[in-house]
Design a protein around this ligand. Structure first.
Ligand code: AMP
Ligand code: MG
Length: 403
């Protein structure tokens, strides 16, 4: 049996190098950068006001109080998008709004609430409070400077990073191409949800569950009709899928039964195979195949096995394909609120639910056909073979709800 880490290493080594494409920023959320994204302008691009108020020289109003307001002559007004040509000199002020460029000569902004206007003194503002030098001023480049790296190569573009790039004038990025991934379920017992359930049949569920996981990992997912357990049907679907896609994720049909055709069909369309018993539970049988630059991930059919092997072995490859540097599951420490026991001789990735306080509980029966425990869970805890982890133990929790 192959250790999980070795299986993953082999998969990542066989994953194609990312191909770059230029992606407009508004379509780039979730994409991975293939080069550092650098800022085009200083941010903010100019010194500006953080308040509605008046640009002043702080020294002019150091003695201002409500009882003895300091009058300043208002020599201009800077609306959004404008710049003031003149200069603030002793005894003068310029009307500003939040984001207005700070005029030359001014060294602070007094906020509107600390001023008043007097009809008897047109053209003047009365300042009721002093300000410290540079109070209410936002400085050019204090956020990030032109030329600095805002998002590194290999990092994911999040909404906030897109906001930063957009603010700094970037309109497009070089990101890794998203792999087109076929999702294929094999099994003559499988019926589409909504269809009549005959004797011995079950509803197909893996494609529905894995499609959003694959999309969250950046894949462009194509879902194929259920494939019955014959070599011919499996070959037909593979022929189409490998014409249309970069990779296929299949579930079912990879055991050693005489009804398991995934391996034979992949070889028949010219693929070469590795068949591994990965030393984890759930999800021991796993097929990995190559056909030129194309890849086959043959997952076991049991819904929990398919789910866990997808997260541990397929997701990292889909991410690396796009140039992601970090391909491991998001993880954080949690504390067991109850014991977790693995009596078997393989690492058991147990489904758990972890709450906001970091308390970790088993999500229910751990058998690999129990979907309700997966639905109740939000993560996995890797329990070593023949191990009892006592309540109170601190463990890493792999969080699939954060992917
Ligand atoms: P297999 O890996 O094909 O031997 O399937 C193992 C178990 O998982 C069997 O009980 C199958 O009926 C079930 N199974 C396989 N594929 C799916 C699927 N796509 N959706 C739900 N159950 C499945
Ligand atoms: Mg089957």
């Amino acid at each position: 049996m192959l250790p999980l880490e070795e299986a993953l290493q082999r998969i990542l080594a066989a994953t194609p190098e990312p191909a770059a494409e230029r992606v407009p920023l508004e379509q780039a959320c979730g994409r991975y950068l293939l080069e550092d994204a650098r800022v085009c302008v200083d941010l903010p691009p100019f010194d500006n006001s953080s308040m509605d108020g008046y640009a002043v020289r702080a020294a002019d109003i150091s003695g201002a109080t409500k009882d003895r307001p300091v009058p300043l002559r208002v020599i201009g007004r800077v609306a959004a998008g404008q710049a003031f040509e003149g200069e603030v000199q002793a005894g003068t002020a310029v009307r500003l709004f939040t984001g207005s460029a700070l005029p030359r000569g001014a060294d602070a902004v007094v906020m509107q609430e600390d001023t008043k206007l007097d009809d008897a003194r047109p053209g003047e503002v009365l300042v009721l409070e002093p300000v410290r030098p540079w109070e209410n001023v936002r400085f050019r480049g204090e956020d990030i400077k032109a030329g600095a790296c805002a998002v590194r190569s290999g990092e994911r573009l999040t909404p906030a990073r897109i906001g930063l790039l957009s603010a700094s004038g970037v309109e497009a990025v070089r990101a890794g191409r998203r792999p087109v991934v076929a999702l294929i379920a094999t099994g003559s017992e499988l019926r589409e949800p909504g269809a009549l359930l005959g004797p011995g049949c079950i509803y197909e569920s893996n494609r529905a569950a894995l499609a959003p996981l694959a999309r969250a990992a950046g894949a462009d997912v194509r879902i194929y009709p259920v494939v019955e357990d014959t070599l011919e049907a499996t070959c037909d679907t593979f022929a189409t899928a490998f014409q249309e896609c970069d990779a296929a994720v299949t579930c079912g049909g990879v055991s050693v039964g005489e009804m398991d055709f995934v391996k034979a069909a992949f070889e028949q369309i010219g693929g070469s195979l590795d068949f591994w018993k990965v030393a984890i539970k759930p999800g021991r049988p796993f097929v990995f195949g190559k056909r030129g630059a194309q890849v086959l991930f043959g997952l076991p059919g049991n819904p929990v096995s398919a789910w866990v092997t997808f997260l541990l072995l397929v997701r990292p490859a889909l991410l690396r394909w796009q140039g992601a540097r970090e391909v491991e599951m998001p993880r954080h420490a949690g504390v067991l609120a109850e014991p977790l026991e693995n009596r078997g001789n393989r690492r058991h990735f147990m489904r758990v639910s972890v709450n906001g306080s970091g308390e970790v509980r088993s999500a229910g029966t751990q058998a690999s056909h129990i979907l309700s425990a997966t639905a109740a869970a939000n993560g996995l805890v890797d329990v070593p073979p023949e191990t009892l982890l006592a309540a109170g133990t601190t463990v890493p929790v792999l969080r699939w709800d954060l992917v």
